[in-house]
Structure formats: C-alpha cells, structure tokens
Ligand binder design. Structure first.
Ligand SMILES: O=C(O)CCC(=O)C(=O)O
Ligand SMILES: [Fe+2]
Length: 225
C-alpha cells in the first residue's frame, strides 16, 4: 500500500493525486500585497523595532507572508528549519507566527526546540510525512525536549529562521487558521535558490548579489536603524 488513504473519503481525505503535503496546509502567499491592513502590520515600525531588538540586527526587509490553515484532520507539519528554504543564508532571519484562531494541542499548535538555531546549518529536510526527519540531520537537537506553544486568537511567536519547529495534526473538526510573516536582514545576499522570487527578477541576479528589491522586499522600519 502506498499512500495513507482514507477508504470512504472523510471530510479531509486524500483524493487521488494528492500528496501528504497537500493535506498539511491550505497555503496562500503574500497577502500583504493584496490587503492594506496586512501590509500596514507587516511594515509597521513597532514590529521592525521588535525584530531588531530580538536579533541585534539593524534592519529587516519583508521576505514573505503566508496563510497556514490546517484544515480539519489536516496532517502534522514535520520538523523543519525556515531559512534553508529561502534565497539567502542568514543566521538572523525571523518568522512571526500569528494565531488567527485559537491554536491548541488538539488542532496543531506550533512546537519548538529551544536553542536549536545555534545547532543548525543551512542543510534542511522537506516538510514530508516523517515528522522527525530533521533530527537525522541534526541529532544534537534531539537531546532537548520540544516545547508546545498553544495560543489564543491574536497571540504570536517570533522564531529564528534556523530554529527547529513543527506542528501536530489537526485532530478537530475546525480549521486551525494561522499566518506566518518572514523577515530577511537588510544586506542579505542571493544564495542561488529562487524560492519565491519571481522568474524575471531571478534572471537579473547572480549568487552573492544583495537582495534589495524595494517593491517585493520593502524595508520594514527606517526608524529602527
Ligand atoms: O503552521 C505550521 O504548522 C507551521 C508554521 C511554520 O512552519 C512557520 O511559520 O514557519
Ligand atoms: Fe516553518
């Protein structure tokens, strides 16, 4: 037997042609480009100050945002690192995860391995069906107990782009609605991974170029510099 298919098609069953990952999230990219309220929050100087204070970095650009909705009975999010997916290698990138509905142990709140960003490099694993794949790559991280972080609506967490994190499955009948907002330190350089960069922009880049596109990656807060 190949995939883990629900025999009679439950509400969120795998359909023919769908992968495990299709049932991890309903995912949409860059809401800040569409919605002025999201944009206002993503670019707010208060947020820029927080990012800089937490990391000791002097300024950030928006990398992207995403909705991460775990549908009823949605699969867990395997342990992974964020920055190695992205087009720049930085030890100071930050992701902010925001609970737009309550996030509980039952519906797939986030879990983190404290201090793991100090053990991580830029090698990664995909978000696949095996939750613990990352710990084969970084066995030292598995010596620390992960911490689950349930949240009320509107709560958020900040994590370093190299912190190991994941989430359990959604065991409930309601959606777990969340958003993640990722930030790149100013001065970060292109590492050759296109990730979310548009094709026409990638065509102008070579490895080592500073990523400084003010349209797609605006500076968050001049006030915090
Ligand atoms: O929401 C999740 O399950 C995973 C979130 C995540 O990986 C992130 O915000 O970087
Ligand atoms: Fe992540």
């Amino acid at each position: 037997m190949g995939r883990n298919k629900v025999a009679d098609g439950g509400a969120n069953a795998l359909q023919e042609g769908e992968s495990f990952y299709d049932k991890v999230f309903t995912q949409r990219l860059n809401l800040w480009r569409l919605n002025p309220v999201v944009k206002q929050y993503m670019l707010s100087p208060e947020l820029g100050k927080m990012l800089c204070a937490l990391s000791g970095t002097s300024g950030y650009r928006v990398w992207h945002d995403q909705t991460l909705i775990k549908e009823p009975y949605g699969n867990g999010t395997a342990w992974h690192l964020d920055d190695p997916y992205w087009s720049f290698d930085s030890r100071d990138a930050v992701s902010i995860w925001i609970a737009l509905e309550e996030a509980t142990y039952q519906n797939g709140c986030l879990w983190f391995v404290p201090g793991s960003h100090k053990l991580a490099g830029f090698a990664n694993v995909g978000i696949g069906p095996n939750m613990g794949e990352l710990f084969k790559l970084y066995p030292k991280m598995a010596e620390t107990d992960p911490v689950g972080v349930p949240m009320q609506i509107g709560d958020c967490s900040f994590h370093n782009g190299l912190t190991a994190h994941g989430a359990g499955a959604n065991m409930t009948r309601k959606r777990r609605i969340a958003m993640t907002c990722a930030y790149m330190p100013i001065g970060s350089t292109y590492n050759g991974k296109p990730n979310i960069l548009r094709e026409e922009y990638v065509a102008t880049l070579k490895v080592g170029d500073v990523l400084a596109n003010d349209d797609w990656n605006p500076v968050v807060s001049a006030a915090s510099k």
